[in-house]
Design a protein around this ligand. Structure first.
Ligand code: SAM
Length: 267
């Protein structure tokens, strides 16, 4: 726990609670989301409601998912019938169950940093439910999400998310926008599903492929793949066995996944 105390709520570190307090930043995030009446809007981690009220005013209805019992209770006390409150861990939420009339979800969240990677991967697999995502994360994570091949930040998260979404950074946010202030810079990213998303099997194969390829970042692909593919197989895929994973482009990862998806050991 930290010493920050607002509306009699003590920020809980274990839930990644850094509450937005700068009105200009809150306004810019809501403006970027641009909620419209009838949008199937979902907010992950509403906390003390910094974004919640403007979001629900725009869309007319809002699903909120909050793990902290006290914060969910505070939201309930507001008796706002436009809010549907899910007091649960977002990692357990079945996103399809939030859809009405097959309407895709617009998901917004100043996300708890400690669950950002599993949550983003879960949303990548649930892409058929997603119209768009606006997420605030540590800048370092957003850098990895948008990183291009050949750069240091290019890794597993870049490969999976960029295979599913168009990813862009839309805002950078300094520590003083939050209470308590985090030690690091943050940023807001917008993700919209691509038109050519790989199948579920291929996405799983891409996860396995990128886990192996980036298994040891200092090692060559020949080394990282030594228990999975031969050097000849890598060459056949037009992949240099002496290269390192961060130099491969997305299409090379897709060629590798296409082979890996058919290996009995990875099924
Ligand atoms: N949206 C608020 C704001 O911008 O001020 C709060 C953001 S705070 C960074 C993250 C919020 O997510 C907190 O309210 C926290 O309790 C909630 N949270 C943390 N882990 C969660 C989880 N696994 N599932 C749902 N909510 C979670």
């Amino acid at each position: 726990m930290t010493e920050f105390n607002d509306s009699h709520h003590r920020a809980r570190k274990r839930f990644g609670q850094n509450f937005l307090v700068r009105e200009d930043i809150i306004h810019r995030i809501v403006q970027s989301v641009n909620p419209q009446p009838g949008d199937a809007l979902v907010e992950i981690g509403p906390g003390l409601g910094a974004l919640t009220h403007a979001l629900v005013d725009g869309a007319g209805a809002l699903h909120v998912i909050e793990i902290d019992r006290d914060l969910a209770g505070k939201l309930r006390e507001r008796c706002d019938s436009r809010l549907t409150i899910h007091e649960t861990d977002v990692l357990k939420v079945e996103f399809p169950s939030l859809m009405e009339d097959d309407k895709r979800l617009r998901i917004v969240g100043n996300l708890p940093y400690n669950i950002s990677t599993p949550l983003l991967l879960k949303l990548a697999h649930a892409h058929h439910c997603v119209a768009d995502l606006h997420v605030m994360l540590q800048l370092e994570v957003v850098d990895r999400m948008i990183a291009q091949s050949g750069t240091k930040a290019f890794g597993r998260l870049s490969v999976i998310l960029q295979s599913v979404f168009n990813v862009e950074q839309i805002l950078s946010v300094p520590p003083d926008a939050f209470k308590p202030a985090p030690k690091v810079q943050s940023a807001v990213a917008r993700l919209t599903p691509r038109e050519d998303i790989p199948s579920g099997d291929m996405l799983r194969a891409l996860e396995i492929t990128s886990r192996i390829a980036f298994g040891n970042k200092r090692k060559t692909l020949r080394n990282n793949f030594k228990n999975t593919l031969t050097e000849a197989q890598l060459l056949e895929l037009d992949i240099n066995p002496s290269a390192r994973a961060e130099t491969l482009d997305l299409s090379a990862f897709h060629r590798l996944a296409n082979v890996i998806v058919n290996l009995p050991s990875t099924k």
